[in-house]
Design a protein around this ligand. Structure first.
Ligand code: TMP
Length: 220
């Protein structure tokens, strides 16, 4: 489908994204939710950003591991290039087919990291969003909120394999977190905050309850 066309068919599937800082437990919660959904006969597409297609995974390597400094504008353009390809190649076709898509991060991450973290104006990100995804937003975004200090402690074991964002100073991570919190306050219907300092089981229980209350799907 060309980027200039509207989707041919209504998007029948559900699009759920997970957001949060380092160590918040997104991957664990996505795999638990995927298992719970599969148990009730919904087999979701699991994907991530930046990434999700061959080209977008290549771009991910540059964004996370380029050893030289990347200009913030270059960074945001690369992220949206990856997102445009991922949207058209994976997310929209799956939703058109009626599949559920569980995505590890989506455009909210660009507002938090490139906007809040790097200081790019939100208007720049809004314009790129309009072109790259034509404003496609998840039906539900689960923001796993965790203090920066606890997130760093939990992901500390990654040591020298830290990526460019994990290696950022604490101030950057605080700006990212407060941007996510601001977005959650401004979009209470779509973005739901979950206290990620709770146990894995408790967070999973809250995620399942959100599936019920926000998307009408009862698990258990
Ligand atoms: P993750 O797969 O561990 O979440 O790592 C992806 C990193 O990429 C994470 O540190 C945040 C960063 N990122 C952005 O800066 N902007 C974005 O739009 C996305 C999707 C990710």
């Amino acid at each position: 489908m060309s980027r200039c066309q509207e989707p041919k068919v209504a998007l029948k599937g559900k699009f759920v994204s997970f957001e949060g800082g380092d160590g918040a437990g997104k991957s664990t919660q996505i795999s638990l939710l995927s298992r719970s959904l599969t148990d009730i006969g919904i087999s979701p597409v699991l994907t991530r950003e930046p990434g999700g297609t061959r080209l977008s995974e290549e771009i991910r390597q540059w964004i996370l591991h380029e050893p030289d400094a990347i200009d913030p504008v270059t960074e945001v353009l690369l992220i949206f290039a990856a997102r445009a390809q991922h949207t058209v190649e994976v997310i929209v076709p799956a939703l058109e087919d009626g599949r559920w898509v569980l995505c590890d991060r989506f455009t909210d991450a660009s507002y938090a990291y490139q906007g809040g973290g790097r200081g790019l104006p939100f208007e720049v990100i809004e314009s790129l969003e309009a072109v790259a995804t034509r404003g496609l937003r998840p039906d539900l975004t689960i923001f796993l909120d965790l203090s920066v200090e606890e997130g760093v402690r939990r992901s500390g074991g990654r040591g020298s394999s830290r990526d460019r964002f994990e290696a950022e100073e604490l101030e950057f991570k605080h700006r990212v977190r407060s941007t996510y919190q601001e977005f959650a306050r401004k979009n209470p219907e779509r973005i739901k905050s979950v206290d990620a300092s709770e146990s894995i089981e408790e967070v999973h229980a809250q995620v399942k309850s959100l599936m019920h209350h926000c998307l009408g799907v009862s698990i258990d």
